[in-house]
Design a protein around this ligand. Structure first.
Ligand code: PAF
Length: 283
């Protein structure tokens, strides 16, 4: 497995792989890898013939300095895991490799920056957009793989690929959960055993919403019931809980004329911010 820090070196390696007919799969990560990331790697290995995993904690997407400072790092463990999985190359740039100067370009994503994650994490998606655009330009992958736990991020990246004419297939990979349903996340490493238990009620609430949805309850009733449930879970502070039209990412009050519907939640447990979602209807 190649471990590369310099963009120019990675470009040369990718150029050679492409000249040999390889299909390049990119799995962008911020490290602290877990089984959710490894599901992305597996998917890339099944759909591409040369998998690159990038590890870069992108400071521009953190709207909270403490969250950035406490973000888990363990590159040696990450490399061990990727070596065992027979990844072809790891791109682990230093901050100055990605941002030699403070970027002056600022993306604007309209609707996306006003709802859910965009609303509660000002600047987050602008930072994600910039780093992903840079990674796409450096790696020039044929396919790129993202976890559906970050549903809004996934749709944003699809939008970037279309609107900026990247010839890259953006693939979403199902959320991996622990035995109690808690969505795997690098941030879970910062929870105590008790916190992990408390956090699993996030998924409980999503499943309750799914049952109510399938039984024909209207959206305001589902929201009221789920908010009440979350309010009764000790140690869980919900930031938002919205039922959305997945294509537009707008919170819904009624189901008229909408296709794909999901419920999205952000909540804090032991001061750690966690997000999760569940599709309620596929179109
Ligand atoms: O989902 C993540 O880990 C990050 O937002 C990403 C896509 C690697 C960009 O930094």
């Amino acid at each position: 497995m190649l471990v590369i820090h310099e963009p120019a070196e990675l470009k040369a390696v990718i150029g050679l792989a492409k000249s040999r007919g390889k299909v390049i799969g990119l799995v962008p990560t911020m490290g602290a890898l877990h089984a959710g990331h490894m599901a992305l790697v597996k998917q890339s290995q099944s759909k591409a013939s040369f998998t690159v995993v990038s590890i870069f904690v992108n400071p521009l997407q953190f709207n909270n300095q403490e969250d950035l400072d406490l973000y888990p790092h363990n590159i040696e463990d990450d490399l061990k895991l990727l070596r065992v999985s027979k990844v072809d190359a790891v791109f682990a740039p230093k901050r100055e490799n990605i941002y030699p100067k403070k970027p002056t370009i600022l993306f604007q994503f309209g609707q996306f920056t006003t709802v859910l994650e965009g609303h509660y994490r000002p600047g987050h998606f602008e930072g994600v957009g910039l780093v992903i655009t840079k990674l796409f330009n450096i790696v020039r992958p044929d396919k790129a793989f993202f976890g559906l736990k970050d549903l809004q991020q996934f749709f944003l990246i699809k939008k970037i690929a279309i609107e900026l004419s990247f010839d890259i297939e953006i693939e979403g990979v199902e959320t991996v959960r622990d035995k109690n349903g808690l969505a795997l996340s690098s941030r879970n490493q910062r929870l105590s055993a008790e916190g992990i238990k408390k956090a699993s009620s996030i998924y409980e609430g999503l499943k309750m919403a799914e049952e109510m949805f399938q039984s024909g309850y209207v959206i305001p009733d589902i929201k009221t019931k789920i908010c009440k449930y979350y309010g009764s879970c000790s140690g869980l502070q919900v930031e938002y809980c919205e039922i959305i039209d997945v294509h537009e990412f707008v919170p819904l009050e009624t189901l008229e004329a909408v296709g794909r519907v999901a419920i999205c939640v952000a909540a804090h447990v032991e001061g750690i911010r966690l997000i999760d979602n569940l599709y309620l209807r596929l179109d």
